[in-house]
Design a protein around this ligand. Structure first.
Ligand code: IPE
Ligand code: IPE
Ligand code: MG
Length: 246
């Protein structure tokens, strides 16, 4: 089925977030090392990013490395960090050609120096691009983000820069990594797992969730178009009744 032609381009999700999962299982099925699954996964990243830009999605956030992923074997962590550096070097052209701005969320002070430098370099070089914002979640954990938000707000209250009465949802939003991004409309997870794994807990409050069995290295833009088509055929009620919406 050709999902692209069926999409309503006036009703695209403002923010799509993807938990890119299944690289290891993809490799195992083929009898390869886990690293080759991660490498193959970069092709899925490129195609999905280009697919989003092609149809006009303004914000795409990809979960690339969680705070919990630091607990993987050192060899795998090192491989992922090296892959990050080589992908950034290689894909800056894709970003520039497609007028895409790179952004990142997460505790990047934990990244190896080289990875952090390359990341900040690409973020800087693409900072004036306007077609789409691509956010990489790197060393990202939602609980860590929320904890840091609490700390920043508590500090402002203790210094009397902020009153307790003034704390509302918008104040909380302003102290999250995602302060400049709209709420997530559509959250996709590949590989058949149906969990959130500490990703954007606050920001997905009213997101539509979409799970697919496709392993991340096999994911392509047509699969994303299918997910968006599915999203567009749901009724988002935000607590109201169906009758109130029509
Ligand atoms: C997702 O694939 C990539 C990262 C979490 C970095 P996995 O490496 O989790 O693959 P599976 O879940 O073991 O198949
Ligand atoms: C979530 O995948 C993190 C990323 C996709 C980067 P994991 O594979 O680490 O998640 P769990 O541990 O299976 O929940
Ligand atoms: Mg996994």
């Amino acid at each position: 089925m050709n999902y692209k032609d069926k999409l309503n381009l006036d009703k695209l999700p403002a923010h799509v977030a993807i938990i890119m999962d299944g690289n290891g299982r993809w490799a195992k099925q083929k009898g390869f090392l886990r690293a080759s699954g991660h490498k193959e996964g970069t092709k899925a990243v490129r195609d999905t990013v280009e697919g989003c830009a092609e149809i006009g999605v303004k914000n795409l956030t990809l979960y690339a490395f969680s705070t919990e992923n630091w607990n993987r074997p050192k060899l795998e962590v090192d491989t992922l960090m090296k892959l990050l550096v080589s992908s950034l070097k290689k894909e800056i052209k894709t970003l520039q050609d497609n007028n895409i701005r790179l952004n990142c969320i997460g505790n990047i002070s934990n990244l190896p120096k080289k990875a952090k430098k390359e990341l900040l370099d690409v973020i800087e070089k693409t900072s004036s691009n306007t077609r789409m914002t691509l956010t990489l979640a790197l060393s990202y954990g939602s609980r860590e983000e929320i904890t840091s938000c609490f700390k920043q707000i508590a500090e402002k209250v203790s210094k009397r820069e902020l009153s307790i009465e003034a704390i509302d949802e918008s104040v909380i939003n302003k102290h999250l990594y995602t302060q400049n991004l709209p709420d997530v409309d559509l959250l996709i997870r590949t590989s058949g797992e149906q969990r959130i794994s500490n990703f954007l807990l606050w920001q997905i409050a009213y997101a539509e969730l979409y799970f697919t069995k496709i392993l991340w290295p096999d994911y392509r833009r047509e699969d994303l178009f299918e997910a968006i088509y599915n999203y567009q055929n749901r009724e988002r009620r935000f607590g109201k009744t169906s009758e109130q919406l029509s």
